[in-house]
Design a protein around this ligand. Structure first.
Ligand code: AMP
Length: 319
């Protein structure tokens, strides 16, 4: 039996299914989690299906979370989507269930769970969930709302089909989702729209990005700057991609100071591999999009030096 068949059998076998995703959710975390919830609900209306996790931080137009007690985990199937390692799973009760399933598209650094389906060639976890639906289309149902959620996840993780993880399969799956009844242009607008404060912060990012001779770039967003612009950490997701629009930029880091003084580091790249850097600094992620943590400015500096090194080696290798 393939792992996909085993996952379907597990879903059929359990009356209660609880779905988790990663902390600080993005559209793919919420889309894959709640898209799967909708598929299971539509296909097996007698089952109890919950989507749990911490605050959805500005993405309420996609989903709100279910609040459940610990007892509900007894004898339940737990599925985690879009989360490479267990410390990043939002709501640490994920191991209170009877059986654990991991569905993800990040490198499989920690194959937690009784059943593990990881496909790093998929653009997003939402693409994998849609793949699952299509594999068992005769037995499963997908509602319009489920399709909207999965589409949002794919749009979010591919930067509207811009990033290299976008494949012909991604587009086929997206095309299939568009056959359902939801307003994709409204959805795209909701994902894309920014507040005036974030618009002004975007100006700051472009004004202050530092780029070296090979295209290694960095932006430092201190608490002082964040307060000056009136933005919070979750809103930095709207400025992360901006340095990549600059032609001379190859790889970059956005260093976001947190209220406790430490830094959340958001790393992105057009070619040089940066997840190895993230892994060395309490993080991880995809080869071209990852996240790390730095305790102080000295560690931020060290990370930037590693980005510079990666970009230099990449450009030398290409010559
Ligand atoms: P972000 O900059 O938070 O949008 O993260 C980009 C990618 O890196 C996402 O796929 C995240 O799941 C992953 N990522 C971010 N932070 C971490 C972390 N601390 N540990 C492992 N993966 C991370």
């Amino acid at each position: 039996m393939t792992v996909q068949q085993q996952i379907l059998e597990a879903i059929k076998a359990y009356d209660t299914i609880i779905i988790h995703r990663h902390m600080r959710p993005d559209p793919d975390a919420l889309g894959s989690q709640n898209g799967l919830k909708r598929i299971i609900q539509a296909s097996f209306p007698e089952k109890k299906v919950y989507a749990v996790g911490g605050p959805v931080e500005g993405l309420e137009f996609l989903a709100t979370m279910d609040e459940i007690s610990d007892e509900i985990y007894q004898g339940a199937l737990v599925i985690v989507t879009d989360t490479a390692n267990s410390p990043r799973i939002s709501d640490n009760r994920y191991n209170l269930g009877d059986k654990l399933v991991k569905i993800d598209h990040h490198p499989n650094d920690e194959p937690y769970g009784d059943l593990v389906w990881v496909d790093t060639s998929a653009s997003s976890a939402s693409e994998i969930v849609m793949d699952f639906f299509l594999m068992f289309e005769e037995e499963l149902k997908l509602s319009d709302e489920g399709a909207r959620l999965l589409y949002a996840g794919i749009v979010g993780d591919t930067g509207r089909f811009l990033y290299p993880a976008t494949t012909s399969k991604t587009l086929e799956i997206a095309a299939r989702l568009l056959t359902y009844d939801f307003n994709a242009s409204d959805l795209n607008r909701e994902i894309d729209q920014i507040s005036m404060n974030v618009a002004k912060l975007s100006g700051y990012v472009f004004q202050n990005v530092e780029v070296d001779e090979n295209g290694a770039a960095r932006v430092l967003l201190t608490q002082e700057i964040m307060n000056e612009f009136g933005v919070v950490d979750s809103e930095t997701s709207h400025v992360v991609a901006l340095p990549g629009q600059i032609d001379s930029v190859q790889s970059w880091g956005i260093f976001v100071q947190q209220p406790d003084g430490k830094y959340r580091v958001r790393l992105r790249s057009k070619g040089p591999i940066i997840n190895e850097i993230a892994k060395r600094h309490d993080g991880g992620g995809h080869p071209l999009a990852s996240g790390a943590n730095a305790t102080d400015l000295a560690e931020c500096e060290a990370i930037y030096q590693e980005i510079k090194e990666a970009v230099k080696n990449f450009s030398n290798a290409g010559e």
